[in-house]
Design a protein around this ligand. Structure first.
Ligand SMILES: Nc1ncnc2c1ncn2[C@@H]1O[C@H](COP(=O)(O)OP(=O)(O)OP(=O)(O)O)[C@@H](O)[C@H]1O
Length: 598
């Protein structure tokens, strides 16, 4: 058993020189089974055919989808001579496809899920979209929304352009990820045309680092005044509701159901709180009722916003009248749980239920299949040592090195340009478990060729963690996708440890990552339930995207801190390691031994 000494920054840097002793498997991505509930799908249920609108996939994309549906259980596609579906086949305009291919040459053909949902979006359906992390949901959404016609009305003889699509995301980094994708495509506008100003295509409305809304709001107001509002507005629900509270005409004027064409909610299960699914007949009925009242009293900004935008639909649905024109509603997540779908479909009144398409890709239990190249480990950390769970499987073979370029060959430089803010941190006691940070720093130094992501609990201080990691000699930086101030693989840059929290990493796409480190359990209160399982899936899903492989390592305390949440079962305390094991079991994953510490 290898014990963990206190790594000084020198020791960590020395350790880093022996980088890449482990490496990552590169798998060809294979989609899981796709299930489309609509009138044409061979998998559709007769009941759903009556309830749901038809999805008129053209013959090629239907053939493609059918091939996906016929995959064998082990994920091997049956051989088919059907030509591959192209983005044009899905209905995307040629200039958009050209810009896409210029900006993203690796994106040659749509993924299975994109082949199905892009046409559904273009046909103005309301869409429930669930597929594995990294299957291209958000990216495909961008393509579909860019393809939409700009809504223009005539007001007193003057042409008025309107915001066509609203994308709601849980945090600012995901908003900037969308914006950067769009910016790359705008800049790749082809045929020698001057690209349009980015602000007329897309804008972001989120609170900035100083928690101010002003810069985004000023730009938006100016572009509305100059009759060039963005085609796509990407915002957090909280930012929009804050604006609404200051000016209750804003949403009515600029996000009116009569001029908006689509509302998309990315990470919908994170943004819309619903009751956990439990049997109401059981003894916890009282607790459920309390919870229900709490959610009704505090519905959260996303529900509040949708209740404003979809008021005409809600009223028509309640009165059984025909549904007035309203923007299509698209809800997307890798973990779109039944209770959320039931709430939105049955209770919210936001949908046109005759016009809904439900697209479900790999289910939770198949996550391990989609993310075949992923290895999950749990490390137990105490004052004396770092070790694997006794039950962890031996690593099948250490991961081959091909998936990631090796790190810069130059000797590592001392860390620089990090985000630590203050010597004052040295004066105050750390909110972090120092053994855990040391274990993370050592793992990073020994195993990460280019870039890893550390995910902290939602309320943890990122700047404090960065400062402490820098003290250990680690090139740690905040995961700020607006500035993206790191340059992975450059000869002047050490491997980078990006630091974010459970609240700021959902949905982000960082292709350069090989490792994700999770600090503690996915639930702050130590609960093992559907929500903590989903949270873990989203954390793990930052790697293994598009078959790239990767490692997910959860660090939990083994000493008395392992029982800090005080959970007991039948008088027996349950350790954090055991809880983490249960989370992995529920997604059919067995932790593998992480060789560095055993
Ligand atoms: N058709 C495609 N071919 C190749 N790469 C693609 C394709 N579509 C998207 N990608 C790439 O896949 C990555 C993941 O895409 P995206 O973030 O949209 O996945 P996601 O399904 O929304 O994941 P999550 O559930 O974690 O939010 C991006 O880097 C994107 O460039």
């Amino acid at each position: 058993m290898k014990t963990l000494s206190s790594p000084s920054s020198l020791a960590v840097r020395f350790a880093r020189r022996s980088l890449c002793t482990r490496s990552i498997q590169h798998n060809v991505p294979r989609a899981g089974r796709l299930l489309v509930r609509d009138g044409l799908s061979p998998l559709s249920q007769p009941k759903s055919t009556q309830k749901l609108g038809l999805l008129n996939l053209n013959s090629k994309s239907l053939a493609h989808y059918t091939t996906a549906a016929l995959e064998t259980n082990d994920g091997e596609p049956e051989t088919s001579s059907t030509p591959k579906t192209t983005f044009e086949d899905l209905g995307l305009h040629a200039p958009i496809v050209k810009s896409l291919q210029k900006a993203f040459p690796d994106v040659e053909y749509p993924t299975d899920v994109q082949s199905v949902f892009i046409p559904a979006v273009l046909q103005e359906k309301d869409v429930f979209l669930r597929d594995s992390t990294g299957s291209g949901k958000s990216f495909g959404l961008v393509l579909a929304l860019l393809n939409k016609h700009r809504i223009i009305t005539q007001v007193q003889g003057a042409k008025m352009r309107h915001i066509t699509s609203l994308v709601l995301v849980p945090h600012r980094d995901l908003a900037y990820q969308y914006l950067h994708w769009i910016e790359q495509m705008v800049n790749a506008s082809v045929d020698g045309h001057e690209p349009p100003p980015l602000s007329s295509v897309a804008q972001v409305l989120v609170r900035d680092e100083g928690m101010h809304l002003d810069s985004g709001l000023d730009l938006l107001r100016r572009s509305i005044e100059s009759l060039m509002p963005p085609h796509i507005l990407i915002a957090t629900p909280q930012a929009l509701m804050d604006i609404h509270k200051a000016d209750n005409t804003f949403i009515r004027m600029h996000l009116s159901p009569s001029t908006l064409s689509a509302v998309c909610i990315d990470e919908a299960d994170y943004l819309i709180e619903t009751l956990p699914r439990k049997d109401p007949a059981k003894s916890f009925k009282k607790a459920m009722d309390r919870e229900k009242k709490r959610i009704e009293r505090h519905p959260g900004p996303t529900k509040e916003l949708l209740n404003i935008i979809y008021k005409p639909r809600q009223e028509a649905n309640a009165a059984g009248l025909s549904i007035p024109p309203c923007p299509q509603l698209i809800l997307s997540s890798a973990t779109l749980r039944t209770q959320l779908r039931n709430y939105v479909y049955g209770e919210s009144g936001w949908l046109d239920r005759q016009n809904v398409v439900k697209i479900y890709g790999a289910a939770k239990k198949e996550a391990s299949q989609w993310q075949r190249g992923l290895q999950h480990s749990i490390l137990l950390v105490s004052e004396e040592r770092v070790r694997n769970m006794d039950s962890a499987a031996d690593t099948p073979s250490n991961l081959p090195i091909s998936a990631f370029p090796t790190g810069p060959s130059a000797e590592p430089e001392p860390p620089h340009g990090n985000d630590s803010t203050g010597p004052e941190y040295g004066q105050t006691s750390s909110p972090f478990n120092p053994n855990m940070l040391e274990a993370i720093a050592t793992t990073f130094a020994l195993d990460v060729p280019l870039c890893a992501l550390l995910v902290l609990p939602a309320s943890a201080s990122v700047t404090r963690a960065i400062w402490e990691l820098s003290e250990l000699g680690i090139n740690a930086r905040s995961m700020d996708l607006q500035k993206k101030h790191w340059e992975v693989g450059s000869s002047s840059e050490d491997p980078v440890l990006l630091v974010g929290t459970l609240a700021t990493t959902r949905g982000v796409d960082l292709p350069e990552l090989s490792h994700v480190f999770l600090y503690g359990l996915p639930d702050a209160k130590g609960k093992v339930n559907g929500q903590s399982v989903d949270t873990y899936l989203h954390v793990a899903g930052r790697v293994g995207r598009f078959g790239r492989g990767g490692r997910v390592i959860t660090f939990v305390a083994e000493d008395e801190r392992a029982y800090e949440d005080g959970s007991e079962e039948g008088g027996k305390k349950v350790s954090q390691g055991e809880k983490m094991e249960r989370i992995l079991e529920s997604i059919n994953v067995r932790a593998v031994k992480y060789g560095v510490f055993d």
